[in-house]
Ligand binder design. Structure first.
Ligand SMILES: Nc1ncc2cc(-c3cccc4ccccc34)c(N3CC[C@@H](N)C3)nc2n1
Ligand SMILES: [Ca+2]
Length: 447
């Protein structure tokens, strides 16, 4: 078992990982930029190393500085959290070459799943349903036209080197294809340094349903159910829940089995998530595979009564998950509390927290690094807390979430709390019958 783990991240996930390390008796090393000198994860860790100025490029994205901190403190493993270097194959490779255990899959696996076109080919080989479209990358207009005519409009052009919606273009007819292909390739080159794009049939307003996977180093793979992440704004997830209101037991088994087959096919190691698009006819299609712990992991932890960060660490240390069974129980919903102003296009609202009072009570969990007098820095993402609520049914979870949001008092910055309150009270959300277009048509009522 590891003696010391360096957490190469900040904010709530850094604290979350350190909490599990402390429970396992593993000492912790924090890395931080000068902007995070007063951050909770720095105070909480057994050791802390300042790795640079506020800019991510010179701190949390700087491989050599993080490795230097690991060597300096003699850490025997690194947990990357999510974002930053969590899916960076060079980082995983450098750790491996220095015999510092990267808590996650190998560099090869990160690479294989990071390239969306390669990931898709791998899924086809594993028998996982994928969206019909081009066989591989599309470079010239002629090939694009043939693919689009074979697939049928509308089609979507997607960058192979990244997810998250950047460089995507939806095309409805031949005349638009030339421009769309050029702009998609340009945007992809600018955003990812790789202009590779592929084409898929465009599914109108699907749901986003993802399956949590756990695979150990001994060939065992299990799934821990689904998370519905359909409530998103500009490709940013805002609300996640499990179970999905759109998934029944039959579909859950099909999606779970497909996700397990995919992980087995690539001999996956660690915690991973297979993201699917789910259409109105309950057909599901592979979208992406994430090779990291995700922001929304707590809803799965609450329903399956599992510490996913603990599982990651035990698996990285070589433990087997053979024979592990989980009985899912309850309905869990997460709201991401961001320091953003819902009355002004969710623009960031950094600043000092004059008041930070978190809700409590049975079935209420708050994952946060924030505290009263903490200054939310403008340099990083705006999430200051995750409010996770669990109850026996979806209806009960929604009313508990609504009550907890009322008690979540933050002053000094604007937050998404009032927005979440309105979503929880909306008929459409309560009906469970919505798709990824939900927020496009959701009007936030300014008070
Ligand atoms: N073939 C096909 N059809 C419709 C799609 C629609 C989306 C999409 C677009 C906009 C918001 C979304 C929210 C959740 C899930 C998917 C979406 C989509 N992606 C890919 C990256 C992800 N962040 C959004 N891929 C799609 N692919
Ligand atoms: Ca992804």
């Amino acid at each position: 078992m590891f003696k010391k783990i360096l957490v190469a991240n900040r904010g709530e996930i850094a604290l979350r990982v350190m909490q599990t390390c402390r429970e396992l008796g593993i000492s912790t090393v924090a890395v931080y930029s000068t902007a995070d000198a007063q951050s909770m994860h720095v105070k909480y860790a057994d050791e802390a190393v300042c790795i640079g100025p506020p800019s991510s490029r010179e701190s949390y994205l700087n491989i050599s500085r993080i490795i230097a901190a690991a060597e300096l403190t003699n850490a025997d493993a690194i947990h990357p959290g999510y974002g930053f270097l969590a899916e960076n194959e060079d980082f995983a490779e450098v750790c491996a070459s220095l015999s510092i255990k990267f808590i996650g899959p190998t560099a090869r696996m990160i690479n294989q799943m990071g390239d969306k076109n390669t990931a898709k080919a791998t899924m086809i080989a594993a028998g996982v349903p994928v969206v019909p479209g081009s066989q591989g990358l599309v470079t010239d207009l002629q090939e694009a036209l043939e693919t689009a005519q074979k697939t049928g409009y509308p089609v979507i052009i997607k960058p192979t080197a990244g997810g998250g919606g950047k460089g995507m273009r939806v095309v409805h007819e031949d005349s638009q294809l030339d421009i769309a292909l050029k702009t998609a390739r340009n945007e992809a080159e600018k955003a990812f340094g790789n202009s590779g794009v592929y084409i898929e049939k465009y599914l109108e307003n699907p749901r986003h349903v993802e399956i949590q996977i756990l695979s150990d180093q001994h060939g065992n793979t299990i799934h821990l159910g689904e998370r519905d992440c359909t409530v998103q704004r500009r490709h940013q997830k805002l609300i996640e829940e499990t179970p999905s209101p759109a998934v029944d037991d039959t579909l859950r088994k099909k999606m779970g089995d497909a996700a397990v087959a995919a992980a087995r096919a690539i001999n996956y190691e660690g915690a991973g998530t297979i993201e699917f698009l789910l259409d109105r006819h309950k057909n599901f299609y592979f979208m992406e595979m994430n090779t990291r712990i995700q922001v929304e992991h707590p809803v799965t932890e609450e329903r399956y009564d599992v510490d996913l960060v603990k599982e990651q660490i035990l698996i990285a240390a070589g433990e087997s998950i053979e024979g592990r069974t989980y009985t899912p129980k309850g309905h869990s919903i997460e709201c991401r509390i961001n320091a953003e102003d819902p009355e002004h296009l969710f623009r960031p609202s950094p600043g000092k927290l004059e008041v930070f009072h978190t809700p409590g009570g049975h079935g209420v969990r708050v994952d946060s690094h924030a505290y009263a007098s903490y200054v939310v820095p403008p340099n990083y993402d705006s999430m200051i807390a995750k409010l996770i609520v669990t109850a026996h049914s979806r209806e009960e979870a929604i009313s508990r979430m609504s009550r907890a949001l009322d008690e979540f008092i933050v002053a000094g910055v604007k937050t998404t709390i009032p927005f979440h309150k309105q979503v929880m009270n909306s008929q459409v959300f309560r009906s469970g019958d919505f798709d990824t277009g939900f927020l496009d048509s959701f009007r936030f009522e300014k008070k």
